[in-house]
Design a protein around this ligand. Structure first.
Ligand code: CO
Length: 160
């Protein structure tokens, strides 16, 4: 399991670099990231969150593990407003506007280019993780941060 970097760590603000070749080391990193995400009960994790400035993410909203290397959003449409949190920003939840549907491409762990579509929570999660690759945190985009009272009243929180 890897250590999660938290807000204030400048690694979270760097522009992550594209992966040139999907090597065994990249596959090991994907494995470690998935283990860490699950241990921390997150639904997504981007490599900068474990101190690696490479364009790699993992996600699992309960529909199976997604691994993406060099992800690029090709098309985004629609609108959703919902709550987000982040393993790198403990105890903060905010309301964030996102696209409802996205189409994206990237590489899988075999180094093959793949295309996928996502909507709803998965689209939200992937937009949040891809933001991490550009040094953007959800608190930069949040239109509102929940108050302590609102946090206490909630027992279900989206974690990525
Ligand atoms: Co996050």
């Amino acid at each position: 399991m890897m250590e999660i970097r938290t807000v204030g760590d400048e690694v979270l603000r760097r522009q992550a670099k594209p992966v040139k070749a999907v090597t065994a080391a990249v596959r090991r990193l994907l494995d470690e990231m998935a283990l860490t995400m699950r241990a921390e009960e997150g639904i997504g994790l981007a490599a900068p969150q474990v101190g690696v400035t490479k364009r790699i993410l993992v996600a699992d909203i309960g529909e199976g593990l997604i691994e993406l290397i060099n992800p690029v959003i090709l098309h985004a449409e629609g609108y959703q407003l919902g709550l987000e949190a982040c393993l790198s920003i403990p105890d903060v939840v905010g309301e964030v506007e996102r696209s409802e549907n996205i189409r994206l491409t990237g590489m899988n762990r075999d180094g093959h280019q793949i295309w996928m579509e996502a909507s709803g929570l998965l689209a939200r999660c992937l937009q949040h993780e891809i933001d991490h690759l550009d040094g953007i945190l959800f608190t930069d985009r949040a239109i509102r941060i929940l108050s302590e009272e609102e946090m206490a009243a909630r027992n279900e929180v989206v974690l990525d």
